[in-house]
Every structure is written in C-alpha cells, then in structure tokens.
Design a protein around this ligand. Structure first.
Ligand code: G3P
Ligand code: CA
Length: 311
C-alpha cells in the first residue's frame, strides 16, 4: 500500500461525519462569540452547524493535557489576580487543579465591553447584530459569572463523545516542548473511542511523526505559517494526511494580502490533487471565505462559524 492510499483510507473514516463541503471548522470553538477553547465555545460551534472544531492542547505542571491556546494563561483568565507576583504565567507553571480554579470567561465579556478598536484583533470584527443574534443575555451573564473553566482534554473529549462532530486537536509544543504530549493525547482519544473523528495537527512536525509512529491510523495535518514547497513529497515523507496553510493577517500564505490580492495556490492545488485535505486557517472575512470555497479548499477555519451561512 502506498502512503497516498493509506492517507485516502484514513480520510475516508472522517468523511462519514462531514455535512458541508468545504468543512466548516470552528477555530477554538465559536471564539468570536464565546470565550475561546471552552466547552461553551464548542457547544456554540455545534449549534451554528460546524463540521469540525479546532482547539489547542498544552500540558499542566502535573502533566495533564489541557485546552488552552497561548503558552501562558494571562490573556484568557484572571490568573494574575489569583496568583499575583509570579515571574511567569506559563500553562506549565500551574497544576491542573490550579488552572481549573481560574475564571476563563469574564475576560471575554470585558473585551466585548471595550470599543471595537481596543479589543483583541479577532474581536474587532464582531458586529453588534451578530452578538445580539447569537449570544443571549443569559449566556453573557454566565460568561462573566466566574464559573467558566479551562477544560482538561479529558473533559473536552468526554463532551465530544456525546456529539458526532469532527475534532482537530492542535499539539502546542514549540517552544515549550512538553515531554510525552503526543502519547498522552492519543491515549485519551483512544480511551473514548474517538479515533475515527480526530485529526491531529501541529506546527511541530516532529510531533506528527511521533503520532504516526504511535498510531498508523490517526489522521495528521501539517500546520504551517510558511509557504512550503515540494509539499506532496513532504507529506509522503512523514505520512501526513492534510495541509493547514495560514491565510490570517501576517500568516497569510495564500495571497489575500499580496500586492494584487490574487490567490496563489500552486502549492495547495498540488496537495488537493494528491487526495489530501487542505484546510485554511483562519478566515473571518465573508468574501475571503467565498474565495476559498470557489478555490476548492477541503476546509476553512474561522472564529465566526455563523459567517458560513445557515447550519
Ligand atoms: O490550527 C490552526 C491555527 O489554530 C493555528 O494557529 O495560533 O491560532 O493556534 P493558532
Ligand atoms: Ca490552534
């Protein structure tokens, strides 16, 4: 069996869970509407008709996989108030119990209360009509209640086990290089029998080789903010199934930010022609989403899953 036919077989298993083409992928959940990388954000993404949810995993000080994006927890929690005077606020400075004692919701409402131009960049695009249509007052009160928590991977996967949605787990290793993170994540996926719904991606392609060595059937994706060449050869070499190119702000490698604004897709077309998936991250502009759909992408990640249209 060739690497391409193995890859086709692995992707086929995921395909039975796909509703839309291209895949509607909610980035860190529906994070423009709900505090990112929380169970609430995942629930909202499902309500909005997503096919797949992307989220990020780090390891706590006591070695538990946890769902957080940044290397540190200060942007999306009250950690500085709860643990003042620390010299650093890395995820790996805190035990799972400490991380789960943090308020992971109020910061989002504080952001929404700022003038748009003062918010974090992805929230500057949020329109008042979207907020009022997709987020209720009850939800806003919950987000600022102090009770929204950082999920452990175990909790997130238990939530997903009750759904039929696809899951993109991004292993965050650079620069923290968490020992054994791939093995721990795979163990938890298998514990819940979620293998046929998971795609593992990483900017650290060594992790993808580790995943492949640990499990011949896990779907993997090369995640990058570079415009790589000889991509199909590279995907063959590490036996990966998908390519996740950046199209967001300074990470745009597809041409949206180019001098003439023309999409430059030679590298992407080559991968699609080889039968692999190409899922772009992270597109929040409706006209750019349309351009990616017309260009034949397999999937599109967005912070605004409502912008794909009705579920
Ligand atoms: O997985 C795609 C995208 O999430 C990668 O960038 O920084 O948002 O994790 P980042
Ligand atoms: Ca990510």
């Amino acid at each position: 069996m060739t690497t391409r036919s193995r890859s086709a077989e692995r992707l086929e298993r995921l395909r039975s869970h796909v509703v839309h083409t291209p895949l509607r992928i909610a980035h860190r959940g529906a994070r423009a509407l709900v505090p990112e990388n929380t169970i609430d954000a995942f629930r909202k993404a499902i309500e909005l008709g997503s096919d797949m949810i992307e989220f990020d995993v780090h390891l706590s000080r006591d070695g538990h996989p946890v769902v957080v994006h940044d290397d540190t927890v200060d942007r999306c929690s009250d950690v500085k108030r709860r643990f003042p005077g620390r010299s650093s606020y890395f995820v790996s400075d805190f035990t799972l119990a400490e991380l789960q004692s943090l308020d992971a919701g109020s910061w989002h409402v504080e952001q929404l209360n700022l003038p748009a131009h003062e918010r974090q960049p992805y929230l500057q695009l949020l329109r008042p009509d979207e907020l009022s249509r997709y987020v209720s007052d009850v939800e806003l009160r919950w987000f600022k209640s102090g009770n929204v928590r950082i999920p452990s991977l175990a909790e997130a996967l238990s939530f997903f086990a009750e759904t039929s949605i696809l899951i993109n787990i991004e292993l965050k290793t650079i620069p923290r290089m968490y020992p054994g993170i791939a093995q721990k994540v795979i163990d938890q996926i298998k514990l819940r029998g979620l293998e046929s719904r998971v795609l593992i991606s990483s900017f650290d392609h060594e992790q993808l080789r580790t995943v492949r060595a640990l499990d011949a059937n896990m779907v993997t994706a090369v995640l990058t903010s570079d415009r790589l060449c000889a991509l199909t050869t590279y995907l063959d070499a590490i036996d990966a199934d998908a390519f996740h190119p950046g199209c967001y702000a300074d990470f745009d490698t597809l041409g949206f930010g180019s001098v003439d604004g023309t999409l430059q897709l030679q590298h992407v077309s080559e991968v699609l022609a080889s039968g692999r998936w190409v899922n772009a991250w992270t597109c929040n502009d409706e006209s750019e989403i349309d351009a990616l759909i017309r260009a034949g992408f397999s999937g599109i990640m967005t912070d605004y899953p409502n912008r794909f249209g009705p579920p």
